[in-house]
Design a protein around this ligand. Sequence first.
Ligand code: ADP
Ligand code: 5GP
Length: 195
Amino acid sequence: MPAPPSPGRLTVITGPSGVGKGTLVARLLQRHPWLWLSVSATTRTPRAGEIDGQHYFFLTRPDFEQRVSTGGFLEWAAFAGHLYGTPRGPVEEHLAQGRPVLLEIELEGARQVRLTFPAAFQLLIKPPSFEELERRIRGRGTDGEEAIQKRLARARVELEAEAEFDAVLVNGDLEAAVAELERLVGLDAGMTPLP
Ligand code: ADP
Ligand code: 5GP
């Protein structure tokens, strides 16, 4: 019988809303389809173009709380007035298959994962400046003013937690940041595992 695959590596990507996490991760997944990105659950309403089951699992608050009470989340947290959580089963299954797994989550969730998966690689994405972060959140055009203010307030706290992370990546020039992300996640040229 062939030996079972060795467990995949878990990478946690955190950073203020609007810093470009989604953009960077999408580029990484295009280049490395063997990577698996966890789809989170949330109680926030979908933005234009967001698809249930693809961008998030959009749950009602009672449904989310039910899943919390049955241990269905690897981690979960409140962010800007909504709840967000990582469904536990799919992450464990993909890691057991030997696939590298990415979580794109906020700071409190990253802290929980640090306790349950101490071997996970934790990466903080930073903007070149706070002014540029604000420009990106506003330029994205997906959030109302109240949501933007909550996200900017939280951004300061997330950026102050820099010392907790294994590595920090400044998302200035996008191409350079994608290349650096590949290197940090261990997927630079020649290292991509075949599916
Ligand atoms: P997050 O997932 O962190 O909330 P997004 O990926 O949605 O952030 O990016 C927020 C906005 O910033 C988007 O409009 C995106 O196109 C833009 N953006 C992302 N990376 C860069 C970059 N390196 N330079 C300039 N704009 C960027
Ligand atoms: P957004 O509403 O902009 O999609 O996400 C808001 C914040 O929630 C982002 O910082 C994002 O990384 C974080 N987030 C998304 N999914 C999860 C999750 O499953 N758990 C936690 N803790 N945070 C999440």
